[in-house]
Ligand binder design. Structure first.
Ligand code: 5GP
Ligand code: ZN
Length: 114
C-alpha cells in the first residue's frame, strides 16, 4: 500500500506522533494538539472516510466510534457531562477531512456554539 497523505491516516499508521488515549477494533482516540477544554480527545475511524456522514454508510464502524467516544468520556472522568462535536464540511468548521468526533469536557459548555 502507498503511504497515506491524510494527517489522521498518518496518526493511525504511526508515522506522525500523537498521544493515544484508547483504541478499539475500528477506531483510535488521541488528544487534540490544540485543546479547547480540559479534556479534548479526537476519536477517528482507522479507515479513511471524509466525514461522519460517510462513516454512517458503515454502521458497525460508526457504532464502534461512538462506543469508544463514550468509553473515553468515562475514562476521562466526565461524569458531569461532555460534548461530542462532528464539524462537517468547511462551513461546519471541518479542517481535517478524515472523519472524527471531538470529545470535549471538564468545563461547562456554552450554547449556541460559535
Ligand atoms: P476539525 O476542525 O476538522 O473538526 O478538527 C481538527 C482538529 O484536529 C483540530 O481541533 C486540531 O487542533 C486537531 N489537529 C490538527 N492537527 C493535529 C495534529 O497533528 N495532531 C493532533 N493530535 N491534533 C491535530
Ligand atoms: Zn485519513
Amino acid at each position: 500500500m502507498s503511504a497515506p497523505t491524510c494527517l489522521f491516516c498518518k496518526i493511525v499508521a504511526g508515522t506522525i506522533p500523537a498521544t493515544l488515549v484508547a483504541e478499539s477494533d475500528h477506531s483510535v482516540a488521541f488528544r487534540d494538539i490544540d485543546p479547547q477544554a480540559p479534556s479534548h480527545v479526537l476519536v477517528i475511524p482507522r479507515r479513511h472516510v471524509q466525514n461522519v456522514g460517510e462513516l454512517a454508510e458503515h454502521p458497525a464502524r460508526l457504532a464502534d466510534l461512538f462506543r469508544l467516544a463514550a468509553r473515553v468520556a468515562d475514562e476521562e472522568g466526565l461524569d458531569r457531562g461532555y460534548r461530542l462535536v462532528a464539524n462537517t464540511g468547511s462551513e461546519g468548521g471541518q479542517v481535517v477531512f478524515h472523519a472524527h468526533v471531538h470529545v470535549l469536557g471538564g468545563r461547562r459548555m456554552g450554547w449556541p456554539p460559535g
